[in-house]
Design a protein around this ligand. Structure first.
Ligand code: SF4
Length: 352
C-alpha cells in the first residue's frame, strides 16, 4: 500500500467523531477551523457548539453585534479570530450575495482566512484538491521525509507543500487532509510519537533512524515581551447601586474591542507606593479615593507576551469627570461585556 492508501485506511477505523466532520456546510467548517486554530479540540468543542447555536448561519452572524460575538469567544483567546469572523460574515453578505464562496481563490479573500483555512474549507466542503498545512501536518511530513529545512520559514513550508501535492488523494482530498491532521494530533505527537502503531512507520525516515525528536527542525525562537498591568477597579456607590468603571480597548493591541478596567501599563515592574499612586492620581484627577486592597499578582501568558497584572480595588465617592474614556456600569452587569480571561480570573476570585 502507498502513503495515501495506508493513511486513509487508518483514518477510516481510527478517527474521532467530531461534529464538524459530519457536514459539508462551508459555514460550519469555517467556524470550526477558526476555533480550532491555536485551541485544543477538547476546549474548542463546547465553544463550537455554543457558537453555531447562537449564530447558525452567516446571515445571523452578519446581523449580530460585534460585542455579542466577542462575548461568546471569551476565554478562547486570540480574539482577532472572532473579530475577523464577524467582518468576513459581512463580506460574504456584501461581496458574495450571502452565499459562502466555493472557490479557493474567493475563500482566501475573506478576512482572517489564510492558506490553511482556505485549503481546509475548499477541500472539506467542496472537495477541491488543496493540501492543508498546519503544525500537525508539518511535523508528520518532516519526520517521514527527514526534512532538514526549518519548517518555520517559507522554504520549509514550500518543501512540505510540494511533497503533499504529490501525495494528496485527488478523489478524496477532504479525507486525505482530515487524515493527515488526525495522524499528527493522535499518533505523531510532538513529544512521544506512537511510532509502533503508526500506519506510516514503514515509510518514516525519522523512526527508522530513531531520530523522531530531531524533527521538525525549527529556527525561530519566540521573543517574549514582558508587560506589567496595573488595573484600577474603581467602584462608586450611587443611588444604592454599586458601579465600576470599564475601559473599552480600542487601540491596535491585544483584546481589541473587549473591556477591561482602567489600566496603567509599564514594561517594568513599578513601585506601588510611589509610581502607581502618582499614576492613579493622574487618572482620578481631583477625586478623593480610598485604596482598599491590592490583589495578588495574576500572570497571563500569550504567545509572544508575558503579562503580570495587579488589581487595585479603589473606592471613590463622586463620579469621574465625563471627559474620561471609561464607562460606568453596575458591578452586577460586568459579565454582560466581553472581557479578557485575565480580568475574568480576577473577578472569579473577587466578588466585584
Ligand atoms: S512513524 Fe513515528 S515519527 Fe514517523 S510519522 Fe509515524 S508517529 Fe510520526
Amino acid at each position: 500500500m502507498n502513503f495515501s492508501t495506508k493513511l486513509l485506511h487508518w483514518y477510516k477505523y481510527n478517527h474521532r467523531d467530531l461534529p464538524w466532520r459530519n457536514t459539508q456546510n462551508p459555514y460550519l467548517i469555517w467556524i470550526s477551523e477558526i476555533i480550532l486554530q491555536q485551541t485544543r479540540v477538547n476546549q474548542g468543542y463546547q465553544y463550537y457548539l455554543r457558537f453555531i447555536e447562537k449564530f447558525p448561519d452567516v446571515q445571523t452572524l452578519a446581523k449580530a453585534e460585534e460585542e455579542d460575538v466577542l462575548k461568546l469567544w471569551q476565554g478562547l483567546g486570540y480574539y482577532s479570530r472572532a473579530r475577523n469572523i464577524y467582518y468576513a460574515a459581512q463580506q460574504i453578505i456584501s461581496d458574495f450575495n450571502g452565499v459562502f464562496p466555493s472557490d479557493y481563490h474567493d475563500i482566501i479573500k475573506l478576512k482572517g482566512i489564510g492558506n490553511y483555512s482556505a485549503s481546509a474549507i475548499a477541500s472539506f466542503a467542496f472537495k477541491q484538491c488543496y493540501p492543508v498545512i498546519d503544525g500537525n501536518v508539518l511535523r508528520v511530513i518532516s519526520r517521514i521525509y527527514g526534512i532538514s529545512t526549518p519548517i518555520d520559514i517559507d522554504k520549509g513550508k514550500k518543501e512540505v507543500l510540494s511533497i503533499l501535492k504529490t501525495l494528496i488523494d485527488e478523489q478524496n482530498p477532504d479525507i486525505f487532509n482530515q487524515a493527515i491532521m488526525e495522524l499528527g494530533a493522535m499518533v505523531c505527537l510532538p513529544q512521544n510519537p506512537k511510532c509502533e502503531t503508526c500506519p506510516l512507520n514503514a515509510l518514516c525516515f525519522a523512526t527508522s533512524n530513531k531520530i523522531m525528536h530531531d524533527f521538525p527542525v525549527k529556527t525561530k525562537k519566540i521573543n517574549q515581551r514582558s508587560r506589567f498591568f496595573y488595573y484600577l477597579v474603581i467602584r462608586l456607590t450611587y443611588n444604592n447601586t454599586e458601579f465600576v468603571y470599564l475601559n473599552k480597548r480600542t487601540n491596535n493591541d491585544i483584546w481589541k474591542n473587549m473591556y477591561d478596567f482602567p489600566l496603567i501599563e509599564s514594561e517594568k515592574e513599578m513601585d506601588v507606593a510611589e509610581d502607581i499612586s502618582f499614576e492613579i492620581e493622574k487618572i482620578l484627577k481631583s477625586n478623593n479615593y480610598n485604596l482598599k486592597k491590592v490583589s495578588r499578582m495574576y500572570r497571563h501568558q500569550l504567545t509572544h507576551q508575558a503579562i503580570s497584572a495587579y488589581f487595585f480595588d479603589i473606592k471613590i465617592t463622586t463620579p469621574l469627570a465625563e471627559t474620561t474614556n471609561f464607562i460606568m456600569v453596575p458591578s452586577s452587569e460586568i459579565n454582560i461585556y466581553p472581557i479578557p480571561k485575565l480580568v475574568d480570573n480576577y473577578l472569579k476570585d473577587n466578588c466585584v
